[in-house]
Design a protein around this ligand. Structure first.
Ligand SMILES: Cc1cc2nc3c(=O)[nH]c(=O)nc-3n(C[C@H](O)[C@H](O)[C@H](O)COP(=O)(O)O)c2cc1C
Length: 163
């Protein structure tokens, strides 16, 4: 059975809700196994054994969060040239921007020569003050549906072998 790997980091729960929705969408495809795993626990083996990927992170200080960057730092050269052409999608949870975190993940994926199945999904939580940024996040239904759809699309494409 083909596997879809969803790697994420989340500090205040927003990205976690997004990946849960993406996993729910992907699980609608019975012929694809979904591996939802925190960035700190994911390594090269998980990348190599999976046919497609969803990378999900908050934007922190105009970058992808450090834990997510650590995942790429630990795995990049260990899987380089071994996952060429596999499909992926990117989910970013941001207070107000998110573009740079998305761009960073796209550049890493381009180095791996992965194939983007869609533009990055960037969800803004509109957290601007310290209190709002540190508070637990609640992602809205519309944005969760977008994440669910990208999970379903990726999994269906894997099952059909169209990527
Ligand atoms: C240290 C820190 C830096 C942040 N920097 C940015 C930023 O540069 N751009 C942005 O849009 N949001 C920024 N945020 C807001 C987070 O992206 C936002 O709170 C997001 O919802 C966090 O996702 P999470 O709930 O999955 O942790 C920052 C948050 C923290 C904690």
């Amino acid at each position: 059975m083909k596997k879809l790997l969803i790697v994420f980091h989340s500090q205040t729960g927003g990205t976690y809700q997004m990946v849960q929705a993406a996993a729910k969408g992907a699980q609608s495809e019975p012929d694809v196994g979904v591996n939802l795993i925190p960035a700190s626990e994911a390594g090269p083996d998980e990348l190599l054994e999976s046919a497609g990927y969803i990378f999900a992170a908050p934007e922190n200080l105009a970058m992808m969060s450090g834990m997510m960057k650590d995942f790429f730092d630990r795995t990049y050269y260990r899987v380089l040239d071994r996952i060429v052409g596999r499909p992926y999608a990117t989910l970013i949870c941001a207070g107000s921007d998110g573009e740079n975190a998305a761009r960073q993940i796209q550049r890493i994926a381009a180095g791996w020569r992965l194939k983007a199945v869609a533009d990055p999904i960037i969800v803004c939580t509109y957290a601007q003050t310290s209190d709002a940024i540190l508070a637990a996040k609640q992602i809205g239904e519309f944005d969760l549906l977008r994440c669910e759809e990208i999970g379903a699309t990726l999994a269906a494409g894997l099952a059909l072998g169209i990527y």
